[in-house]
Design a binder for this molecule. Structure first.
Ligand SMILES: Nc1ncnc2c1ncn2[C@@H]1O[C@H](COP(=O)(O)OP(=O)(O)OP(=O)(O)O)[C@@H](O)[C@H]1O
Ligand SMILES: [Mg+2]
Length: 261
């Protein structure tokens, strides 16, 4: 029986600053803690900041991998947090500005490299902001896409544009919604409903909502202090909420599930 490659999930939003990077990293840690072999690929090549969010000294060498200079094993870094399972990160050096002009061809090359990484069960692709060629090619080429949306009206309109383009490029496969930075369930429901209503009416699509993550001051506090949220507040509301989403996203034994596709 042919073993399936990793499951590729792209995390996008259209608008910047909705929490794509935080959600990608927190999901990666949650899946790793469940025993999956996880890679986060920070596809925000020009303005990579996953390593900053994790407080890592080195971010890896994604540009070198894409240029064929650096093998995968040397291009990635291991993310090790006390009391948690390890996952890997593939990113461009923070603040490098490299590959800011990356295009659809770069995205296709990256996806083909990621698909051949047999040592992972799951790859989370942290997309950059916007709906440019690189972002949309990655979103369409991945196995599934997640849209991180907040109650901010600008986030809703940008998420709508992102969904519309994913539908167009995939022939109708709607990304799933994750509502971030909400005051509670009521606000999450209002936000998700506003977006799904527009998608149903104008795009004839019904994106599923996988859940919501509360606005949690500890997330920002830890980032500013450059301490690990997973160590300082492992039971914080945001991490607890994201941990609860792994089941909805098909956590546990994805290789088996993938091989039966
Ligand atoms: N649930 C949350 N509660 C509180 N703060 C959050 C939450 N999610 C993300 N943040 C904070 O919001 C800011 C933006 O998050 P993040 O960098 O993950 O967004 P992004 O969508 O990746 O941004 P960009 O488009 O610039 O890549 C960060 O300071 C992050 O710590
Ligand atoms: Mg980001």
């Amino acid at each position: 029986m042919k073993l399936a490659g990793p499951r590729l999930t792209a995390v996008g939003s259209g608008k910047g600053g909705t929490g794509k990077t935080f959600v990608s990293l927190a999901l990666a840690q949650a899946f790793a803690d469940l025993g999956e072999r996880v890679l986060v690929c920070d596809a925000d090549l020009g303005l990579s900041n996953t390593s900053v969010q994790l407080g890592l000294a080195h971010a890896g060498d994604l540009p070198g991998l894409l240029a064929g200079r650096t093998p995968l094993q040397n291009a990635l870094v291991h993310v090790e947090t006390q009391g948690h399972a390890t996952f890997d990160l593939l990113a461009a050096p923070a603040g490098s500005g490299t590959l800011a002009e990356a295009n659809g061809g770069t995205a296709e090359k990256l996806v083909s490299i990621l698909r051949r990484t047999a040592s992972y069960d799951r790859v989370l692709i942290d997309l950059g902001a916007g709906i440019g060629e690189m972002v949309m090619t990655l979103a369409a080429e991945a196995d599934d896409a997640l849209v991180v949306v907040t109650p901010d009206p600008a986030s809703l309109t940008d998420a709508y544009a992102f969904i519309k383009l994913v539908l167009k490029r995939t022939g109708g496969r709607a990304p799933a919604l994750l509502v971030n930075m909400v005051s509670g369930e009521a606000e999450a429901k209002r936000t998700a409903e506003a977006l799904t209503k527009s998608a149903r009416t104008f795009l004839k699509a019904a994106p599923a909502t996988i859940g919501f993550v509360p606005n949690d001051m500890r997330v920002v506090e830890c980032l500013r202090r450059q301490v690990s949220l997973w160590t300082a507040y492992p039971r914080s509301p945001a991490l607890t909420a994201i941990g609860g989403l792994t089941g909805v996203l098909g956590g546990v034994a994805p290789r088996l599930a993938g091989s039966l596709r």
